[in-house]
Design a protein around this ligand. Structure first.
Ligand SMILES: *Cc1c(COP(=O)(O)O)cnc(C)c1O
Length: 370
């Protein structure tokens, strides 16, 4: 029996390298609270993400929640239902109302032409997601937000290290939130960061991540605890040294999928525009039942029987979650609904062998005739 192929596999540096990185902690006993590893990773990320301001946090979800709270937002936030649970939950958990904008069928990101119809006197912000590493229509979104005085917070969990027209993806909007979860292109086991424009927002995020403590006898804000610890920061430092290897190995996998699957009727592959330097985070394929002959769920089953764990990512759309039953209507966003019912993300990780990619593709091709 062959071992299973998972949809992803956490990237890890050589064990000796991590051991070397954490060694000093047995002298210092400094395990968390903005220690030397934390501060060095923060500095390295400013450089790597080509941005000015980075605040490290405990995970990507808290990055989004704390950014919404740091901006003092009230009212409605226009967002996408075609995302991970975190994006929508962060809005709701911050006492804000998500207003779902449909996505465009080409790159699965928020459709800026629909923003105007969702605008009300209560709208305070837009929270778009760079889905699968596909960068949103930044110009249109930022232009709309400027005209209507709205904040823009990008969920950039899928776009670590990407650039758009040569600029770091974190340079756009008022803030961008990244996740360094084990399953992401870059991981610090668990972790995340906020890249922000306004220094005041940065200061409030810092307050939120460390109880609002400003000195041994000074607590000046009502904060929580969302600090990144030194072991996670050390993992981040090691993985960052290898990030270009990880991304180029992922690229080879994605190119191999393209070569195998290009031109098959009824399959829609992901296109990377010329202006984007991709990180090859995911390999989504949309199966159009009518022209492909087999629906997404049947392909999923067929792969599963062969030990290949593709993922229905994102399914269901967040406005169709059980916890939001009766509050939102998935029929309001028909494109997101269709894509969530038709998409599979195929396995991608640096060590995935190209002959396994070929095998996955031949199983998919066998599905053509139903
Ligand atoms: C992973 C992810 C998050 C949450 O990040 P965590 O680090 O797991 O908390 C948020 N949004 C999207 C789109 C993600 O993929």
């Amino acid at each position: 029996m062959k071992s299973k192929i998972m949809v992803t596999r956490a990237s890890m540096p050589p064990m000796e390298e991590y051991m070397e990185e954490i060694k000093s902690m047995w002298d210092s006993h400094w395990l968390t609270n903005m220690g030397p590893k934390h501060n060095l990773l923060q500095k390295e990320l400013v450089r790597y993400l080509k941005t000015d301001n980075v605040e490290l946090v405990v995970n990507g979800h808290m990055a989004i929640e704390m950014t919404l709270q740091a901006m003092g937002l009230r009212g409605e936030v226009i967002t996408t239902p075609f995302t991970f649970a975190s994006t929508t939950h962060a809005i709701v958990r911050s006492g804000l109302m998500p207003v779902f904008c449909d996505i465009n069928p080409d790159d699965y990101t928020i459709d800026p032409d629909r923003l105007a119809s969702l605008l009300t006197s209560k709208t305070c912000a837009i929270l778009p997601v760079h889905v699968y590493g596909n960068i949103c229509n930044i110009e249109a979104i930022d232009d709309f937000a400027k005209r209507h005085g709205l904040k823009v917070i990008y969920d950039a969990a899928h776009t670590f290290g990407e650039t758009y027209k040569g600029r770091g993806v974190a340079c756009f909007g008022d803030a961008s939130c990244f996740s360094f979860h084990a399953t992401k292109v870059f991981n610090s086991i668990e972790g995340g960061c906020v890249c922000y424009r306004d220094d005041e927002v940065g200061e409030r995020i810092y307050d939120l991540k460390d109880f609002g403590i400003h000195g041994p006898e000074e607590v000046s804000a009502i904060g929580a605890n969302a600090k990144m610890n030194e072991f996670c920061a050390a993992m981040g430092l090691c993985n960052l040294r290898h990030i270009e290897e990880y991304i180029s190995a992922r690229k080879k996998v994605c190119v191999r999928y393209d070569e195998n699957l290009e031109g098959i009727k009824g399959l829609k592959l992901n296109r990377i525009p010329k202006e984007v330097k991709s990180n090859y985070a995911y390999y989504p394929v949309v199966f159009d039942k009518k022209s492909f002959g087999t629906d997404r769920d049947q392909v999923f089953e067929k792969l599963y029987e062969n030990g290949i764990m593709a993922r229905k990512y994102f399914y269901p759309a967040t406005n169709d979650f059980t916890c939001y039953k009766g509050r939102f209507d998935n029929n309001d966003t028909p494109v997101a609904r269709y894509i969530s019912e038709s998409v599979l993300t195929l396995p991608v990780y640096p060590e995935l062998e190209l002959k396994e990619v070929d095998r996955i593709c031949s199983i998919i091709k066998e599905c053509v005739c139903g």
